[in-house]
Design a protein around this ligand. Sequence first.
Ligand code: IMP
Length: 191
Amino acid sequence: MSTSNLAKSDIVYCRGEKFRLYLDRETIANRVAELGARISADYEGRVPVLIGVLNGSFMFLADLLRSIEIECEVDFLKLSSYGASKISSGVVRELKKIDADIEGRDVIIVEDIVDTGLSMQFIVDRISEDNPSSVRTATLLHKHEATRVESQLDYVGFRIKNLFVIGYGLDYGQLARNLDQIYILDGEEPQ
Ligand code: IMP
């Protein structure tokens, strides 16, 4: 069963597994707008560079950008993914580097989800090597119970339990990114 023809439903199927609605589009939109307003206020008079972490952050980043009311730039980097697994491999590799010159710039790293925290730590270390004047982080979701490596998280959309989630850019084996709401594996309780 495909995800796309069930995208308006509270239940979706992906790779033969059942997922149910966890964060609906209005809840996501309201929270993203709040984060955008905070970033606009925090960076007033400056021009931050937002660095989206591909692939998962593209939808969050697109909505976040549209709610930011100051000038800003955008760039992307890409890390290796989980493949088709639901468990973090714990191995992070950089597959695409940023193009922007971020020396002396205010950088905001934008992630879809922080799970073990290894990716975020890797990215913060990687970006810091280029001597930006400041580095902050934004993540739509934080699985705080799964986090093994604490990195500084400045803008967090939702703190969620240790649940596998899909939709709004988040994938399961590259599928389900196109869902505009966030779904969790059925049988697991939302907090
Ligand atoms: P970490 O390095 O373990 O923190 O994992 C971060 C990356 O794993 C995220 O950028 C996502 O690409 C992926 N990821 C972690 N949890 C989930 C999930 O529940 N659904 C989909 N992708 C996830």
